[in-house]
Design a protein around this ligand. Structure first.
Ligand code: NAP
Length: 295
C-alpha cells in the first residue's frame, strides 16, 4: 500500500479561497474589514520570515494587516503598552505577538495582556480554558489546521486510536484535547506520549492515527507503525542545506518508508505548515465577525 498524500498546500488554498470570499462579503454587506497586527521584537530571521508570510497572506485575502517591528532592546513595559494600545483599537481584531521574545521580556505576561477577544493565536488562558470546555473560542492555529486536514481528507476519527507524540502547549496538548472531544475530527481515544513514555513503539504500533509533534527528524520509523495508519507529521527539522543555500527540511516521520505502510500521510514541507498561517487568518475573520456582532 502507498499512502494518499494529504496536501496541506492544496487544503490551505481551498480554505484561503473560502476566506477571501467571506472577507469580500463582510466588506460588501457590512462594511467590515478584518484587521490584524503582527508585532515582532528583534531580528530573528526565522521570526521575520514567519511574520512577513503572515502579512502577505493577510493582504492577499483582503485583511487589513499591520506589521510592527521593534528593536531587540524594547522593554517589557513598552511592549505591554503597545499591546494595550491595540487592545483598544477598534480597527484591529487580531493581535499576534511573534514568539520567541527576547529573554528580558516575560512571554507569559505579554500573551496574558492580549485581550482574549483579539487573541487570534489562541494562547490566552481564557481561550485555552474555553477550548478544553468545548466552548466557542479561538483554537490554536496548528491544532486547528490538523483538524481541518483530517476532516477534509476524510480520515475517520470517531472511535479511532490516536497517538500524539509531544506534549507542548502549542501542539501536543491542545490537539490531544480537541480530538477526544465530541466534535468534527474528534471522538477519538487519545494517548499522549513524551520523553518519559516507557515504550513509545508499543503505543504507535496500535495507533490508527499518529500525530508527531516532536522536533526529532525521522524518529517515527516504518517498524513503529501498523498497516493503514494515518500520519500527521507536524515536525519541521532542518537537516541540511541545498547547493542553492535553501534549508533541507524533514519531518518527525521517516516519510519515504512510512508512506508504504500508511493509508494517509502529510509531507514536510507542504503538510501542516501551510495550514497554521491559514487558520490564523480564519481566526482573524472570526474575530472581525464577533466584533461586528455578526455571530
Ligand atoms: P516542543 O515544545 O519542543 O515539544 C516537543 C515535545 O516532544 C515534548 O513534549 C517532548 O517531550 C517530546 N519529545 C521530544 N523528544 C522525544 C522523544 N524522543 N520521544 C518522545 N517524545 C519526545 O515542540 P513543539 O513546539 O510542539 O514542536 C514540535 C515540532 O513541530 C518542531 O519540529 C516544530 O518546529 C514543529 N512545529 C511545526 C508547526 C507547523 O506549523 N508546521 C507548528 C508548531 C511546531 P517532553 O515534554 O518530555 O520534553
Amino acid at each position: 500500500m502507498s499512502a494518499k498524500i494529504i496536501s496541506g498546500t492544496e487544503i490551505a488554498k481551498a480554505i484561503r479561497d473560502e476566506l477571501k470570499e467571506e472577507v469580500a462579503g463582510l466588506k460588501e454587506k457590512h462594511n467590515v474589514v478584518p484587521g490584524l497586527v503582527t508585532i515582532l521584537v528583534g531580528d530573528n530571521p526565522a521570526s521575520q520570515s514567519y511574520v512577513s508570510a503572515k502579512n502577505k497572506t493577510a493582504h492577499a485575502l483582503g485583511i487589513n494587516s499591520e506589521q510592527v517591528t521593534l528593536p531587540a532592546d524594547t522593554s517589557e513595559q513598552e511592549l505591554l503598552a503597545l499591546v494595550a494600545k491595540y487592545n483598544q483599537d477598534p480597527k484591529i481584531n487580531g493581535i499576534l505577538v511573534q514568539l520567541p521574545l527576547p529573554k528580558h521580556i516575560n512571554e507569559t505576561k505579554v500573551l496574558y495582556a492580549i485581550d482574549p477577544e483579539k487573541d487570534v493565536d489562541g494562547f490566552h488562558p481564557v481561550n485555552v480554558g474555553k477550548m478544553v470546555l468545548g466552548e466557542q473560542c479561538y483554537l490554536p492555529c496548528t491544532p486547528h489546521g490538523i483538524l481541518e486536514l483530517l476532516s477534509r481528507s476524510g480520515v475517520k476519527t470517531s472511535g479511532a486510536e490516536v497517538v500524539v507524540i509531544g506534549r507542548s502547549n502549542i501542539v501536543g496538548k491542545p490537539i490531544a484535547n480537541l480530538m477526544l472531544q465530541k466534535r468534527p475530527a474528534g471522538d477519538a481515544t487519545v494517548t499522549l506520549c513524551h520523553t518519559r513514555t516507557k515504550d513509545l513503539a508499543a503505543h504507535t504500533k496500535r495507533a490508527d492515527i499518529i500525530i508527531a509533534a516532536v522536533g526529532v527528524p525521522k524518529m517515527v520509523t516504518a517498524d513503529m507503525v501498523k498497516d493503514g495508519v494515518a500520519i500527521i507529521d507536524v515536525g519541521v527539522n532542518r537537516i541540511g542545506m541545498s547547493e542553492s543555500g535553501k534549508a533541507i527540511l524533514a519531518g518527525d516521520v521517516d516519510f519515504e518508508a512510512v508512506k508504504e505502510k500508511a493509508s494517509f500521510i502529510t509531507p514536510v514541507p507542504g503538510g501542516v505548515g501551510p495550514m497554521t498561517i491559514t487558520m490564523l487568518m480564519k481566526n482573524t475573520v472570526q474575530a472581525a465577525r464577533q466584533a461586528a456582532g455578526l455571530e
